[in-house]
Design a protein around this ligand. Structure first.
Ligand code: FES
Ligand code: FES
Length: 161
């Protein structure tokens, strides 16, 4: 089938099977390798993207669902000011990321801060519960997201709350 959708702000068309996973389409048809194939059952976060404005595991989205949708991958998101906030906050707090989890951690942070400018510890841990990483302790995660929140408040309003 032929499917049109918006990918990182551009209209694109792909020819594929109806049940092909979006993560495979991104990697194989568009060469976007930021979303990784990990567990393929929606549990690890390696394949995270933004789908119609919501953070979602692209391994769980079959091709037939993407017609007319808007997909943002880490490659597209990394061109934004919001990404810069997250990169700066992660770096300032020394949060560990690797090629496997970075995509998911960045987009999970964005999803969280979109909903709440200053999420609580519990909200942060819940927001990251779909990102599998045994190398990061909960305190580091919370400090990193709080650092991002502070940097964002400063960029948007010239102050921290
Ligand atoms: S590969 Fe999609 S959530 Fe693990
Ligand atoms: S730092 Fe990447 S999986 Fe833990």
């Amino acid at each position: 089938m032929t499917i049109g959708f918006i990918l990182n702000g551009e209209d694109v068309v792909v020819r594929t099977e109806a049940d092909t996973r979006l993560v495979d389409i991104l990697r194989d048809n568009f060469g976007l390798l930021g979303a990784k194939t990990g567990c393929l059952i929606g549990k690890c976060g390696a394949c995270t993207i933004i789908f119609n404005g919501e953070v979602a595991p692209s391994c769980q989205i079959p091709a037939f669902r993407i017609r007319g949708s808007e997909v943002i991958t880490i490659e597209g998101f990394s061109q934004t000011d919001e990404f810069e906030d997250i990169a700066a906050g992660f770096s300032r707090s020394g949060l560990e990321t690797c090629l496997f989890c970075r995509n998911g951690k960045v987009l999970a942070a964005e999803a969280l801060l979109e909903q709440k400018a200053q999420p609580s510890r519990e909200e942060i841990l819940l927001g990251f519960s779909g990102i599998k990483c045994r190398c990061t302790d909960p305190d580091s995660l919370v400090s990193a997201v709080q650092a991002v929140a502070e940097i964002r408040q400063k960029r948007l309003y010239g102050r921290t709350a």
